[in-house]
Design a protein around this ligand. Structure first.
Ligand code: GLP
Length: 253
């Protein structure tokens, strides 16, 4: 483990950047969940989808099966969902979370929250932020990052003050995610996502980036200006953000 910057040169930059192998990252990140749940068994956890957190989810399941972690009293909020996909659709983020984590651990399904891809009226979107506030706020929000620096589905240009809202996905994001669908035409054009402010309201942020394709976005996130051109750069302003990178994702730093 190499700590690249723990309080970097820039004023106010509290980001802790850790470079490790993907396996090491999954273990270190899972250990952070263990710590949080030891202190607060009823923590509110924000989860993310994508290929990046899969090793971490496998590690959390392993720890649960070994009796080393429990999600019994945990409440969860996921970042985002494709508009138009029913929860049962095999590419919906609800289905992803059920398949890759939720059905393998002792989480109460009644305490799982994922933005609806079907009801996307303003009141339903606002209710998502209200539910987070009612739960006491998110203790730790997990994040991946898009090749263009998006977090959740907050594409470049999204206002830093945004709450949960519907976004139009960029062509690039749809192309990158087309690998999971039969064709590009099948990739939804819109998504419901926590806003950047919703994410920033979490008490702790844990971003994981793996692979060369993320290197430029990672560089802009850590070394670039705080700008909606790279939504993840807002992490520089968060008081407790941990960024895990593999060598390839860290290659431009
Ligand atoms: C998707 C998700 C993001 C995720 C990103 C990266 O578009 N909305 O939350 O972080 O893409 O995905 P991956 O981890 O597969 O590279």
């Amino acid at each position: 483990m190499i700590a690249l910057s723990d309080n970097d040169a820039k004023d106010g930059l509290n980001m802790k950047v850790i470079v490790d192998t993907p396996e090491g990252i999954a273990k270190q990140a899972a250990a952070i969940y263990q710590e949080i749940l030891k202190d607060k068994p009823n923590a509110v956890l924000g989860f993310a989808t994508g290929s990046t957190p899969l090793d971490l989810y496998a590690q959390l399941i392993k720890l649960y099966e070994a009796g080393e972690i429990s999600f019994k009293d945990v409440t969860t909020f996921n970042l985002d969902e494709y508009v138009g996909l029913e929860p049962t659709h095999d590419q919906s983020y609800r289905y992803f979370m059920d398949t890759n984590l939720f059905t393998h651990i002792d989480l109460d399904p009644a305490r799982v929250h994922i933005p609806s891809g079907i009801d996307t009226d303003a009141a339903t979107l606002a209710a998502y932020d209200e539910a987070i506030a009612e739960a006491g706020g998110i203790d730790m929000q997990l994040l991946g990052i898009g090749c263009n620096g998006h977090i959740g589905f907050n594409e470049p240009g999204t206002p830093l003050e945004s709450l949960t809202h519907v976004v139009e996905l960029t062509q690039n994001t749809r192309e990158v995610n087309a690998r999971f669908f039969d064709s590009l035409d099948d990739v939804p054009t819109h998504a419901a996502t926590m806003g950047i402010k919703t994410v920033m309201n979490a008490r702790k942020l844990l971003l994981i980036a793996l692979g060369e394709s993320k290197a430029e976005a990672v560089y802009q996130t850590i070394k670039g200006p705080v700008s909606s051109a790279c939504p993840a750069s807002v992490l520089q302003l968060h008081p407790d953000a941990v960024v895990f990178l593999d060598e390839a994702a860290a290659s431009k730093l």
